[in-house]
Design a protein around this ligand. Structure first.
Ligand code: AMP
Length: 209
């Protein structure tokens, strides 16, 4: 099953992808995670995109499209995949349509105020990839990952100025994909405001091939 998770930053796309991927034996492919890993490892790609991610702007389409095309050529997508954070522009969506087919586009619906609350409290563990929230999903020991014990950090792009820019970028460049995929008959809206478990439970019955 080939899925796209569409929605503004902070809608919970990554959290829900991690919760359901094993059920369908499909990998969670997050372009944001791929860029962050490249930055952490100081690869040429990482150096190229570091300042773009910090500001909350989008990485140029040609770089992102090539990266996803290469990722979707890997063997582990035999049962499908969850694309989280891609496509984010109409040219990306058109390019994707040329090298794969999509079964569902899940549109995570949530208002701007809730997003700002969520992102400002979000903390991540870089090594384990686990995502916490100071209020909604705190770790057992404050400031440290339950799984690895590593210190939790705030993403640079979760700081207020970058969050506001990311939401503006989403409205201008990514929200038009809602109409694009709706016209193609692929879009399924999901209320992303409740807790992750409620969102995941409401999503699973929608995913039938
Ligand atoms: P995310 O973790 O999905 O919020 O992505 C973090 C950042 O990575 C974004 O703010 C962009 O700078 C970059 N990024 C991720 N996915 C894309 C994409 N599909 N197109 C362009 N830039 C992207």
């Amino acid at each position: 099953m080939n899925l796209i998770f569409l929605g503004p930053p902070g809608a919970g796309k990554g959290t829900i992808a991690i919760m359901i991927k094993d059920r369908f034996s499909i990998p969670h492919i997050s372009t944001g995670d791929i860029f962050r890993a490249a930055i952490k490892n100081e690869t040429p790609l990482g150096k190229q995109v570091k300042s773009i991610l910090t500001s909350g702007d989008l990485v140029p389409d040609e770089i992102t499209i090539k990266l996803v095309e290469e990722r979707l050529a890997c063997d582990d997508i035999v049962n499908g995949y969850i694309l989280d954070g891609f496509p984010r522009t109409i040219p990306q969506a058109k390019a994707l349509g040329n090298f794969t087919h999509i079964d569902y586009v899940i549109n995570f619906v949530i208002n701007r105020e809730s997003i700002i609350k969520r992102l400002s409290g979000r903390r991540i563990a870089k090594d384990s990839g686990k995502i916490y929230h100071l209020v909604n999903n705190p770790p057992k020991r404050e400031g440290f990952c339950d799984e690895t014990g590593e210190p939790l950090i705030q993403r640079d792009d979760d700081k207020e100025e970058a969050v506001i820019n990311r939401l503006d970028v989403y409205e201008k460049q990514t929200a038009p994909l809602i109409d694009y995929y709706s016209t193609m008959g692929l879009l399924q809206d999901i209320d992303a405001a409740p807790s992750p478990k409620v969102v995941a439970d409401s999503l699973i019955p929608l995913l039938k091939l």
